[in-house]
Design a binder for this molecule. Sequence first.
Ligand code: CAA
Length: 401
Amino acid sequence: MSTHTNHEQAGEEAGVPTAGIQDIAFATGHYSFDLKNLADQHEIDVNKFYVGIGQETMSIPASDEDIVTMGAAAAQRIIERNGTEGIRTLLFATESGIDQSKSAGVYVHGLLKLPREIRTIETKMACYGAIGALQMALGLVARNPKEKVLVIAADVARYDIDTSGEPTQGAAAVAFLVQASPDILAIESSQGVYTSDVQDFWRPNFRNTALVDGKFSVGAYMDALVGAWHDYRDHDGVDFDEIDWFCYHQPFTKMAVKAHMRLTREAGVPLDKPEAAQALEPTFGYNKQLGNSYSASIFLGFLALLDSETDLEGQRVGFFSYGSGAVAEFFTGIIQPGYRKHLRAQEHQAILDARVPIGYDRYRVLHPGTLVQPLDNYRTERETQGPFRFEGVSEGSRLYR
Ligand code: CAA
């Protein structure tokens, strides 16, 4: 493993201070659902899920939880530690938006009683949305290094019952603070970007559940990976062997293994399946338990790596984000000296342990079904033990407490 300074590439030498992630935390839903329940229901071998797609449980939000309550719970911990000073922008990235007009971030702003002097918007591009938000945040910090940006990525991944995507559902939120001279990750300037208009996964406004062409989506992910990688290399990206760790978007953890095999082949240093799985193993812990969390998934891979036993100081991490539809990006960052003092590994384990296991029948009750039901007035049961609740809808307005 190599050690890199925190201002390689276009950092301080070019007169621009380093910027990146100062603090990062996750939150999830109240319930967990072991994929054994689903395998039993379908009378198939559970190892198709545990081994074949590399997923063990999925998080399920309670009826009084959603992207806002999870996002606010994650962001609250960032604010408790760092305060609000310097935060002038809140970016909320999601695929599972709760309003066609108002940003979910504005609800979080209200729940956390953030200062009025903040701009708040929502970004959307399937699972890529939070990386778009991160790049916007880095741009704002580069323009004024005194400013900080709070980014929230939160999603509830839902497919129809009895479809190939069903075992890859999940839910989680990640919140992180972007600022100059960060304590955890300094993000380097080179980016490889990619857009291609493909119909691999989408969710029309009238649906609660995503539509997906599963096998085609795996191929679309691979095409985007190759495209983003070559664009990264064409834009001053470092050699493959200068990258110590890889964090991929993980719709299911085996997808990342397939992707790493493809990337290593592209880079001329091919790894076989066990080697690729071993190289990525430290990034899998959280996503295996939470399921797909779309925009948050890549950051949960990164958090699992940070919270692992491995000493990462000075090492370079490569990130690949893929949003179906499709937009992708490859970029890198350097783990900062002393980063461990800023982690929350025990807190994260406690969040996983606090989830309440449910069986198949309860899972079916909580599944939202395919079509959006236009209910203007209803109340939710009190279920969540989290700090915020979605109380229901009154005259079409969502109520949070
Ligand atoms: N023991 C061990 N392994 C087993 C097994 C058993 N008993 N039974 C099957 N397997 C293996 C299979 O051999 C296969 O392995 P390989 O992939 O290495 O060939 C693996 O388990 C999966 O089996 P199938 O291919 O038969 O699975 P499937 O067709 O039912 O589902 C999928 C796969 C289509 C990808 C499905 O998970 C899906 O639709 N997922 C949702 C879409 C998705 O996540 N796409 C990823 C790219 S798009 C994206 O990244 C954006 C996003 O977040 C959605």
